[in-house]
Design a protein. Structure first.
Lengths: 115, 118
């Protein structure tokens, strides 16, 4: 069975602060993918990043960075210098490398960035 | 339109009514997924198609839920005798393929259908 836990249900920050969203996962698969999605108020899920389990290199994309640590089964997401437009619900997700790649999502973290 | 589309965007049903939710995947995409997202929660997997074959329906919550994709393109999720607990957003996603380590199996999501059962 697969499980994704996002312990922070809601985070509120002031614009320009840095914020880290936590994600911890459980899986019996030895190879798997990890994802982050953003869900703005419009409701559509927007893909942010995918990492596979054999690539633990951290990644930076503009103000976004991701820290994957297999030893602690964590895949945390940091937004640097947050902006009001970053306000959304963020989901971490897990999928096997094959067998249809269906996603198991965490419960989501609602991020509110105040001006 | 290059994205996944879903219709209707909003549906209100009286308890006991049957509903049908439609998903138009990206043209040529082999895999199609349905997810259910209850208010304040993450999406949960319902079922998966590879072309017209329904390969996994383990997430369907009851036998009132039925999905089909007869020609391997458009898919319909049908809920019979709707109950209040069926109220949720139903998300459809498609991917170019179903395996491999490339980006071809990235899932693209539609805007969802918000179902409210009164």
């Amino acid at each position: 069975a697969q499980k994704v836990t996002q312990a922070q249900t809601e985070i509120s920050v002031v614009e320009k602060e840095d914020v880290t969203l936590d994600c911890v996962y459980e899986t019996r698969d030895t190879t798997y993918y990890l994802f982050w999605y953003k869900q703005p108020p419009s409701g559509e899920l927007v893909f942010l990043i995918r990492r596979n389990s054999f690539d633990e290199q951290n990644e930076i994309s503009g103000r976004y960075s991701w820290n994957f640590q297999k030893s602690t089964s964590s895949f945390n997401f940091t937004i640097t210098a947050s902006q009001v437009v970053d306000s959304a619900v963020y989901f971490c997700a897990l999928s096997p490398l094959d067998a249809g790649n269906m996603l198991t999502f965490g419960g989501g973290t609602r991020l509110m960035v105040k001006p | 339109g290059a994205g996944v589309s879903q219709s209707p965007r909003y549906k209100v049903a009286k308890r006991g009514q049957d509903v049908a939710l439609r998903c138009d995947p990206i043209s040529g995409h082999v895999s199609l997924f349905w997810y259910q997202q209850a208010l304040g929660q993450g999406p949960e997997f319902l079922t998966y198609f590879q072309n017209e074959a329904q390969l996994d329906k383990s997430g369907l919550p009851s036998d009132r839920f039925f999905a089909e994709r007869p020609e391997g393109s458009v898919s319909t999720l049908k809920i019979q005798r709707t109950q209040q607990e069926d109220s949720a957003v139903y998300l459809c996603a498609s991917s170019k393929t179903h395996k491999g380590t490339g980006l071809d199996n990235e899932q693209f999501f539609g805007p969802g259908t918000r179902l409210t059962v009164l």
